[in-house]
Design a protein around this ligand. Structure first.
Ligand code: HMG
Length: 397
């Protein structure tokens, strides 16, 4: 049975900050952010945008562009590490905003940036097992990445969501059943219950990511029956890694090719990986959706069409759990990805200066307790908290 991604939706905030401006304000040489970390711009969520609105926007787009009606969705899972309530899942808000039917399994998953992949793999297994005959699963990865003003992690923030529609006979990516896994209990990145900002042991987190890649890739090769095969990754026409920032994907690829015995592990980066970074260079880290944004960028920007080709995928979530898996791009996928018009929408965003960015970041502190003033119903918007309940407005359909 062929099972995989039948539709994709991508959403991101209406504003961004240029990291050249941020570098100047922080007294950092601009080369450090641009070349050293590999970031260019960063999405900034406004007070009326949150994990729910980003998820709903991406979900609606995935349904609309794939011609799927809300009644066809039998499973809705939102993978997020920046949920809006200790009990009520983001997925329930999204179910309401998208008008999904009541005969639907609805919940949220969490494991740092891996939470979306955990949900996706469960949805794929559910469809393979025939648990949703004639129906589809909607998996949405949605997050706002926040480390706080003036921290080392500040240039690696971002916000956005990617919605993935999972079905039989998918029209974008056939996902293969093998998964190489790696999990260990580490404190590389976390967010205590009392904090809105993530805490991170930055350099250690890079090492944890690379160790997890090594473990998951070795496991994957074993499952394919070729643990020692040199040049194994040549079987992929391209690769999408989890992208907390561009340089991390470069380090990951170097590691993977070194494991393959490649004496020039950087030589294939431009061809196999660079096209996957175009959107994240504009948006930043979106945590759970990051690798799926990379996949979308890869499909849209690869020099030679990837239709009919295999792509390798590496998902990492701090804490940590990681998974290496692969899929084959379905002919016709490029037109579906181009219909998202991500590049065009990125150009329509509002550019913030540093004081405006800082004031938005500070304003988020009290947001969970009061109404939000400006509401522009051109998209799903957060209207604030009334009687301890979060309220939202939906745009016209
Ligand atoms: P830092 O200490 O500010 O930066 O933190 P640095 O001193 O390590 O410099 C970074 C790079 O810039 C270095 O290159 C420098 O040489 C270079 P590298 O050695 O890495 O190749 N550099 C320059 N290049 C050009 N011109 C210059 C210049 N100066 C220096 N003038 C760090 C950087 C990424 C650690 C920090 O931003 C951070 O802590 N970020 C957040 C953590 C993170 O993203 N970790 C990634 C792995 S964990 C992960 O991916 C999971 C995650 O998504 C969360 C989840 O799972 O939920 C984060």
């Amino acid at each position: 049975m062929r099972v995989g991604l039948d539709g994709i939706g991508v959403s991101f905030p209406k504003a961004f900050i240029d990291l050249g401006l941020l570098a100047e304000a922080r007294g950092v040489p601009p080369g450090k952010y641009r070349e050293g970390i590999g970031v260019r711009r960063m999405a900034v969520a406004a007070p009326d945008e949150d994990t729910v609105t980003l998820a709903a926007q991406a979900g609606r787009e995935a349904l609309r562009l794939s011609g799927t009606s809300p009644e066809e969705v039998g499973l809705l899972v939102v993978g997020t590490e920046t949920g809006v309530d200790h009990s009520k899942p983001v997925a329930s808000f999204v179910q309401g905003l998208l008008g999904l039917g009541t005969r639907c399994r609805v919940f949220e998953t969490k494991h740092a940036c891996y939470g979306g992949t955990a949900a996706l793999q469960m949805a794929l297994d559910g469809v393979r097992a025939g648990r949703m005959p004639g129906r589809k699963a909607l998996v949405i990865c949605s997050d706002i990445a926040r480390y706080g003003l003036g921290t080392a992690g500040e240039p690696t923030q971002g916000a956005g969501a990617v919605a993935l529609l999972v079905s039989e006979n998918p029209r974008i990516l056939n996902v293969e059943p093998h998964s190489g896994l790696h999990a260990t209990d580490v404190h590389d990145f976390w967010r205590p219950l009392y904090s809105k900002d993530a805490l991170v042991d930055g350099h250690y987190s890079v090492q944890c990511y690379l160790d997890a890649l090594t473990g998951a890739y070795r496991h994957y090769k074993e499952l394919c029956g070729e643990p020692g095969a040199p040049g194994f990754s040549d079987r992929f026409a391209a690769l999408a890694y989890h992208v907390p920032y561009g340089k991390m994907a470069r380090k990951a690829h170097r590691q993977l090719r070194t494991l393959d015995g490649d004496a020039q592990p950087d030589a294939s980066f431009e061809r196999l990986v660079a096209p996957s970074l175009r959107f994240s260079e504009e948006i930043g880290n979106i945590y759970t959706g990051s690798m799926y944004l990379a996949l979308t960028s890869l499909l849209a920007h690869a020099e030679a069409s990837l239709e009919g080709q295999r792509v390798g995928l590496f998902s990492y979530g701090s804490g940590c759990c990681a998974e290496f898996f692969a899929g084959r791009v379905v002919p016709g996928a490029l037109a579906r990805v181009n219909a998202l018009q991500v590049a065009q929408r990125l150009e329509q965003r509002e550019a913030l200066d540093v004081p405006a960015y800082e004031s938005i970041m500070r304003a988020r502190e009290g947001l969970d307790e009061r109404p939000v003033q400006s509401v522009a119903p051109d998209a799903f918007r957060f209207r604030g908290v009334e009687a301890h309940r979060r309220t939202y407005v939906a745009p016209p359909t």
